[in-house]
Design a protein around this ligand. Structure first.
Ligand SMILES: Cc1cc2nc3c(=O)[nH]c(=O)nc-3n(C[C@H](O)[C@H](O)[C@H](O)COP(=O)(O)OP(=O)(O)OC[C@H]3O[C@@H](n4cnc5c(N)ncnc54)[C@H](O)[C@@H]3O)c2cc1C
Length: 367
């Protein structure tokens, strides 16, 4: 007589990068059935990533150095990255036909430079095409599953985690532009300055650009208003230029470092003085710029800081409150800087959630 064992039923809520990567790592498990619930379109959120090119990962020497790029989640991610590191991600993508390359700035992209192509290849590798177009609003809807993976990102799944008794760290925007206090000095809109930390762009009522994204991430948990100070011109380099060119117009020298339209606003009537007449106080104003920030510019938000409290999640991304539940991706209180770090969190945590479920199944079989 042969016994046919009932398949293990897994529900994945959310067909974003984390949910689909988790499904791809679970699908070859023996005797498993997977249902993916998606309220919108699968992998739709992958399309705008990296400006349509999908910056899918970032080079790092080891899990610890990679984890340093996450203002929230650093410690939690050590063991997650130790299980599934950047090279594992790249190898996996290669195995499903997505070749990648590293840019000079150490960010990885698919060779196709196309998030759309990446989406198609990921969905093509998915054996079970049965993605159920449904919004899950009550976790009890999934009572008949053996395991539930919550991969709902930052827009739509917090209440499910709360229903299970999990704590949600209040979501706040990160990697976004910043709005300045009314009455801040008016700098020319559209002007860009280059700092050693990255570009800054002046907008109508605030600041944006890679360096501002980084500041918004570091300060994501601070209360508004707060002050930020950004480096402008190296005092030493400016003084050397002044020494070599005492008869030149000071504004022209300053404009070798920053855009002319900006130096005109900052220097005002000091623009046209000779270098030999420049005062120390004028040099002081050129070293840094300080701004009062009143709010994030929500339009530019790339990720959300906050989410499911990490103390309540084990290092296989399983819920410590309910052994049936797993989390992966942005739903957790994890967010990184720009550069492929946020997708790497999705890939590595999704792998760990899949592995956690497989471990359960192996333990059951051995009983
Ligand atoms: C413009 C932009 C560019 C970006 N570029 C990059 C980049 O280049 N590199 C990088 O690393 N990161 C980038 N990011 C961040 C990255 O896209 C996210 O970190 C990532 O998409 C998070 O994946 P996730 O699967 O956790 O959640 P999501 O991508 O948000 O996916 C969650 C899915 O779950 C579904 N869902 C939610 N609630 C429910 C529910 N109750 N029932 C059913 N379905 C539900 C949603 O419809 C969604 O499809 C970018 C983000 C933006 C906005």
């Amino acid at each position: 007589m042969t016994f046919t064992q009932k398949p293990t039923k897994v529900a994945i809520i959310g067909a974003g990068p984390a949910g689909i990567y988790c499904a791809l790592h679970l699908q070859d498990t023996n005797n498993i059935s997977i249902d993916i619930y998606e309220k919108s379109k699968p992998l739709k959120t992958l399309l705008p990533t990296g400006g349509g090119r999908c910056n899918l990962a970032h080079y790092a020497l080891n899990p610890k150095s990679l984890a340093k790029n996450y203002p929230r989640g650093k410690k939690f991610l050590y063991s997650i990255f130790a299980r599934h590191f950047v090279n594992d991600t790249l190898d996996f993508f290669k195995s499903i036909g997505i070749e990648t390359y590293m840019q000079e700035d150490e960010r990885y992209f698919p060779i196709s430079n196309s998030a759309r192509d990446m989406r198609e290849k990921m969905l093509c590798a998915l054996k079970n095409k049965n993605i159920i177009n449904k919004k899950i609003t009550d976790i009890k809807q999934l009572n008949n599953y053996d395991f539930v993976v919550i991969a709902t990102g930052s827009r739509g799944g917090y209440s499910l985690a709360e229903q299970l008794g999990h704590t949600i760290i209040t979501p706040k925007p990160s990697l976004c532009g910043l709005k300045l206090a009314p009455g801040s000095p008016k700098y020319p809109q559209g002007v860009t300055i280059n700092t050693p930390e990255g570009e800054i762009l002046f907008t109508k009522d605030g600041l944006t650009g890679p360096y501002i994204y980084k500041i918004s991430s570091l300060k994501a948990r601070d209360n508004f208003p707060y002050d930020i100070t950004i480096p402008l011109i190296s005092r030493e380099e400016l003084q050397n230029k002044i020494k070599c060119n005492p008869k030149k117009i000071f504004g022209n020298i300053v404009s070798e470092f920053i855009p002319k339209s900006l130096s005109r606003v900052i220097l005002g009537e000091n623009y046209n003085i000779k270098c030999s007449n420049v005062k120390k106080t004028t040099l002081d104003t050129l070293e840094t710029l300080t701004f009062q920030v009143i709010s994030p510019d929500n339009k530019g938000e790339i990720v959300t800081s906050g989410g499911v409290e990490l103390n309540e999640i084990n290092n296989f991304c399983g819920s410590k409150l309910n052994p049936k539940i797993y989390f992966c991706g942005e739903i957790m209180n994890i967010d990184g800087f720009c550069g492929g770090y946020n997708l790497q969190n999705c890939w590595s945590s999704a792998f760990c959630a899949a592995q956690g479920i497989k471990n359960h199944l192996t333990q059951r079989k051995n009983l």
